[in-house]
Every structure is written in C-alpha cells, then in structure tokens.
Ligand binder design. Sequence first.
Ligand SMILES: [Zn+2]
Length: 571
Amino acid sequence: MLMSQLYAPTLRETPAEAELVSHQLMLRAGLMRRSASGMYSFLPLGLRAVRKVEQIIREEMNAIMGQEVLMPIVQPAELWQESGRWDDYGDEMFRLKDRHSREFCLGPTHEELITALVRSEVRSYRQLPLRLYQIQNKYRDEIRPRFGLMRGREFIMKDMYSFDKDEEGLDESYWAAFHAYERIFRRCGLDARPVEADSGAIGGDVTHEFMVLAEAGEDAILYCTKCGYAANVERAEGVDQEKTAPAAEQKPLQEVATPQISTIAQVCAFLNKEPQDCIKTLIYLADGKPVAAMVRGDHNLNEIKLRKFLKCQVLELADEETIYKVSGAPVGFAGPVGLSVPLYADYAVKHVVNAVVGANKRDAHLLNANLDRDFTVTSFADLRETQPGDPCPRCQDVLQGARGIEVGQVFKLGTKYSEAMGATFLQENGVETPLIMGCYGIGVGRTVAAVIEKNHDEDGIIWPMSIAPYHVIIVPVSMEDPVQAEAARKLYADLLAAGVETVLDDRDERPGVKFKDADLIGFPIRVTIGPKSLEQGEMEITIRRSKEKSSLPMEQVVSEIQRILEGGDVK
Ligand SMILES: [Zn+2]
C-alpha cells in the first residue's frame, strides 16, 4: 500500500470526544471515525487490525471443534418471548417493527436464535457435542455509550454456543473454550486474567470474565497473589470470619437524638463513632415484598448477592412510603430493633458490639444495640461488596484490588434456554432431555482497544506484530531524490514479493511528518532510507516497541525483516 493512497486521516490534536488513550489513538491514527453515539466506522487500518483479531479467534475456535455460522442480526420477538427475555431486556434492546407491524429486535446476543436453530435439527445424543460460533455485530442501546469501542451501542462480537448431552460434556466444552480464550488473548499480545464473575442477564451459574488489568477498565476486580483467586467485585465472595478479639462488654441500649442526621458519615461525626461501629439497615422490595438488609457501616451492600440470596426476580430499594410504613421513620433512621420485616445481615454484622443503629424513629438513633439481646436476624449471609484488604475466600490471604477491561466471558448456561424453548434430544436410554448449553463471547473491537490501551507511548500505538495493520513502513527521507525513491520502490516490491505487509510512504512530506505518522499509526518496523546511508549501501531499521535502530546492508534488509517477523513479539 502506498501512503499517498491509504485512507488513514491522522490527527495532530487529541479529539475532545475521547477520554481514554485507546479511543484517542484510534481516532488520531485514523483507525476509525464516529458516526453516531457509540457507533463507529472502521477505516482501512482499523479494519485490518479487527480482521486479524477475528482470524486468531477463528483459528482457535476451529481448533476446539467450533464451526462457524452466521445468523441474522434482526431477530423476531417471538423467540425472545419464548425465553422470557423480551420484557426482561428492557431499554437496552433496540426494537423495530416491519411493514406488517411484526416486532423484531437487533440482536444484543443470540442464545434464543441459536436455540431455535438447533432445536428442529438436533434430535439425538449422536449429534452432540455441537459447538457453533459466529463473528458479527451486536446491538445494545447503552444509556451512556463511552470510551470508544469499550462501550459502544454497536460492536463486533464472537459468540460461540455449545450443546452437550450431559454436565460432563458441558464441562469439557466450557474448559475447551476457556483455554482457547487464554490462547487467543496471548496471541493478541494481551495478558487477560480469567476472573469469577456474575452471569447477569444471560443466566447460568458458572462464568468467568477475561480481564485485561488496566487503570482505564470499567470493572473492579479483586485478586489474590498467593493462590490466584480472582473475581469481579460484583461476585467476589466474602468470608464468614471468626471473631478474633474477645467481645467487648455489652453496654445498655440508649436512644440519642440525631436531628436531621441520617447518613453514616453524619452519624459518626455527630456521635464521635467510627463507621465500623455502625450497622446500616436498608429496606428493599424483593418482588414487591419489603425486607431489610444490614451491613456494617463501613461496608457496601452488594445487591446482586442479596437478590441471589433471596432468589427474587426484582430487587429494588424501597420507596419513601414503604420505608415509612416499615420503619415508622423517614429514610435514614431504619434499624433492626423492633423491625417486623424479614431481616438479613451480612456476616460481618455478627461481630459488631454496642452498635449504632437507626431507632426506627425520626431524628433518633440507638447506641449499644447488640445482636440476640436487642434484635435477632432472619439469617446471615454474604451480602456485602468485598473490598481490597479483605481476606481471600480461598486461602485467607489479603485480596488486592485492580481495574480491568472485560474482553471475553464464558458461561455455563445449563438448560435455561433449551428448557424454556423446548430444545430437547433423545439420550442413549431413549429419554427426552433438554440440551445442555454454554455460551462464550469475545468483544472483538474491545480487544483491539484493550491492546492499544496496554501498548502505546507518547508518540502513538505500538502494535503487537500479530495484529498490526501492516508490519513495515518504508520511509524515504525524500521522494524527490531519484536514488532514494528507486531504492524505496525496490525494497517495497521485494517485501511485497516476500509476503510482508508493507506501506511505502511515498508522500511529498517533510521527514518529520512521515516519522510522526509512522509512530502514531504504530508500524512495528520502520525502514528509513536516507542519502548518507544509501551512499554506503545501507538502510536503517527501527523497531517501534524498543526504539532500537540498526543499519544494514541493503541486500540484507528483507531477510532481516523476515527474521524479525518469524520471531514475533508476542510471547
Ligand atoms: Zn488466596
């Protein structure tokens, strides 16, 4: 490709719309342009990187018996009504009607469609296991699309679905995909850490997210350096710890006036207490029924854990009216003493002695509330958000915190969709059974963005060789000089003949401009052709990542580049 013809409009200035480095660089290097909020056009360089990631994914999916298919983006509402997700998905789903007023959506994911696809064809255990995947655009109408490809409304995703005859089969499919993901991200030059996660709207019980640790990540994760445990903060398990210090003496319960003081911070300041001396009581509606949940004052309640524990569909903080009805007080004064709704407490609440709690009365709190003496709980559970510094649930060592970019996720779905949609097969013993499913996603664009987020410097992108849009750029200092121009054209032809993906910067620009663009776009190898080195029959090779320069006799340049490419830079 000639640089004079390549459609890669680079920008000198950082675009105001972009906060993340990866987003800024993808715009500045001319990889993509925004067309609407959360929707992007890939330009030639961006698309080449995307296609290379897709190719790596394809190879690894095929290696685990994945077969590629392509399903429609537009999906009929009936399938989603069968699974029950037409309503559950809410506003995140792009919905549309055809000319006959039939309802459709733009696929946010394809569990329903693929289940419908196989249910009419897969009838026997002999046809299993079956692993089908596609690489395609997905649509989610995010409230706040941001960070470029990190959270778009249209995005390219690889989604694989596995169908097995039993749990062992699912296990095999799951771990095959898990290990394929490890290889895919490694080949893309990413260190992606599998972490235990919550399955959210997709359903299922066992799931791992693949996280690239990065400050810019939207997810908070916790990990243990000792045993390797890692989990999304939504999911990270809390520990029901034994009390280590001897219990303090219980003091008499006492009501104190706390006029207009309702938050933990205000209460602590007013009563000269620490947050861990307090117990927060929150009133929720679980499928419409009021319940109370308690966590220590310095902890946050994890609503996902509470919802799972209560096994309810909808969990929401109660409205003011309900809170008044339940506690007899406005928001901020609920407490466990005398409360008549079911009361669930996080494990850590067990160990709070002489707690400060709401008095279930306007402008009042109680001092020295004690479990068993002053209140009882319906049950204890792991209900709080686990934090850095908490003990590891596996080995009790201290958990570390980090931020991560989720680039992939694997789920064991079980029979959630096959049961709801009647996708069954005949087992060896003749019994009709729902197919056992798993699903496995990779955000392709997000993977490219994560690569840039982790591989750049102040000059621009540093592509790993495996997904670089082109491997080599040839930069003659001046194309006006016929000797340089001829040497450049010859090298260009030789590299193309050797199968090396090469761009020749044939523009009539100052060398500084050409070098800046080469660094910004991030070609892994630059060959500079200048008048002085040419006189000695040499050319200069610069490695983008290490900035190492070396001068080589002209006739050795092609073989040296081939040698570098064979070695790759992804370990
Ligand atoms: Zn551990």
